[in-house]
Design a protein around this ligand. Structure first.
Ligand SMILES: Cc1cc2nc3c(=O)[nH]c(=O)nc-3n(C[C@H](O)[C@H](O)[C@H](O)COP(=O)(O)OP(=O)(O)OC[C@H]3O[C@@H](n4cnc5c(N)ncnc54)[C@H](O)[C@@H]3O)c2cc1C
Length: 432
């Protein structure tokens, strides 16, 4: 019997170290440098963060998402999930631990599909935390349906010329290179007519129209690039994978990213929940603390249960990925993504509400957490698209009824059961 929810003591010691390190050394960075460019820190900031990164390396916790062949520890997704539940408390933590999006996913696909030359040029400095990257796929007119993308790449001698527009390319302003998805053959299905390209950020023709922000940021100061690629020329050697392979590459990238988001969301839910619990035990009204009110108790109970459900789903999915890779856990990954958005929505809303006015003020961290709820429902594919994936995968395990009536229809089943136990039923009737 191999069901066991405990963590092995050696790794628990690492988690305990990370927990204290985040609390004492990293969370203060969020307060002192909340609006700094995480990925392109200035020299004074580097003097603060580089020693912290070194301490993470000394603990063997740098770039934990990677296998040993790429300089990681090969801990696997389950251990990563436990670590991310801690790192998710801080915006700075993924940078300090070398596992920030979108670089994690980008590194993964260069490792899987890149040539040796591409790995030397782009992957190694990325893994060392010396350069940063951008993933440029969504377009202004289409996001959830990549089959609608229009950005074109045309072959011209030894080069590809990229033309088109991309939207919400996170981290474009800090990236040294961008991974761009483009149509290379419009005459075949999009599944085999699109390709990925590695594009150095200083290539002529890259025009950043605007840095789009999320709704809690000032206009034009966000991290998400709206980019025009105007006749951007890259050498043929910058094709990532083979021509026509973009869909496969994108899938390989997004599976890991989605579950990592869900892992970190648990941390934010837990933070909001901790605040809510402290508040209900502190605030008095109508003669009792809030904790004594039954409707408040329902909010605590529902929040605890939802976080627990999400956590178990995420840990199970991480375990499954360790057994079968992301391709073997598609419905579970989508389910994690859907639930992460729902649970953070519900828990943060309750936490804000129970805090009263101060909860909706800009003097509590809850406002920034609240922003995660709509974002989690959109980023890496909206909830509905993941619901479609879950439903499709689940329904593969079922077939239609053999007649016009459902197979669970009671009359024939009762007849069959009665025929099977006819003797016993007759004896029972005779004894009456
Ligand atoms: C913070 C953030 C960071 C991002 N970073 C990146 C990045 O680095 N690189 C990148 O390429 N993209 C990035 N994106 C873009 C993201 O991947 C897209 O926003 C997402 O795929 C949805 O596309 P869309 O915004 O065009 O929405 P649309 O495709 O227009 O969908 C809008 C809505 O339509 C509904 N809908 C869509 N499809 C279906 C369906 N099949 N069934 C039912 N309803 C449906 C849903 O309600 C959905 O929310 C980022 C987005 C955010 C918010």
């Amino acid at each position: 019997m191999a069901w066991d929810f405990s963590t092995e003591p050696e790794f628990q010691a690492k988690l305990d170290w990370a927990d204290a390190f985040i609390r004492d050394e990293v969370e203060p960075l969020d307060l002192a440098f909340p609006h700094q460019e995480f990925n392109r820190p200035s020299p004074p900031l580097r003097r603060v963060i580089d020693p912290l990164k070194q301490r993470v390396r000394d603990q063997g916790l740098w770039a934990c998402h990677l296998g040993p062949e790429l300089g990681g520890q090969g801990y696997g997704q389950l251990k990563l999930a436990l670590l991310n539940e801690i790192l998710g408390r801080s915006s700075w933590a993924p940078i300090i631990f070398g596992c920030q999006a979108p670089d994690t996913g980008n590194a993964e696909i260069i490792a899987l599909y890149g040539t040796e030359e591409q790995k030397r040029t782009y992957l190694q400095p990325l893994l060392d935390g010396e350069i940063f990257s951008c993933y440029s796929m969504t377009e202004p007119h289409a996001g959830s349906d990549p089959k609608m993308f229009k950005t074109r790449a045309r072959r011209e001698g030894g080069a590809w010329i990229i033309d088109g527009e991309k939207f919400f390319s996170s981290n474009a302003r800090n990236a040294s290179f961008l991974i761009v998805m483009a149509v290379t053959n419009p005459d075949v299905s999009a599944y085999s007519g699109m390709s990925m390209f590695l594009v150095p950020a200083d290539t002529p023709g890259i025009e950043i129209v605007r840095h789009v922000g999320t709704m809690n940021e000032p206009l034009g100061e966000g991290l998400h690039g709206w980019i025009r690629y105007n006749q951007v020329r890259v050498p043929a050697a910058n094709l990532l994978g083979v021509e026509g392979q973009a869909f496969e590459v994108a899938q390989a990238r997004l599976g890991g990213g989605r579950i990592h988001h869900a892992m970190r969301t648990i941390a934010r839910c837990k933070q909001a929940f901790d605040m809510m619990c402290e508040r209900v035990l502190s605030r008095e009204t109508q003669g009792t603390v809030l904790a004594q009110k039954q409707l408040v108790q329902a909010a605590i109970s529902d929040s605890w249960t939802q976080i627990m459900q999400l956590r178990l789903l995420v840990l199970y999915t991480a375990w499954l990925i360790d057994q079968k890779a992301t391709a073997g856990a598609r419905k579970e990954i989508s389910a994690c993504k859907i639930e992460a958005a729902r649970v953070i929505h519900d828990v943060v809303y309750r936490a804000m509400h129970i805090h009263g006015a101060i909860g909706v003020s800009n003097e509590m961290p809850l406002g920034n957490m609240w922003m995660l709820a709509p974002t989690m429902g959109i980023v890496d594919g909206p909830t509905e698209v993941h619901q479609v994936t879950v439903a499709r995968q689940v329904l593969k395990e079922y077939g239609p009824s053999e007649s016009i009536f459902p197979s669970a229809w009671l009359p024939p089943r009762i007849d069959e059961a009665r025929a099977r136990f006819a003797t016993a039923l007759e004896e029972l009737a005779g004894n009456l």
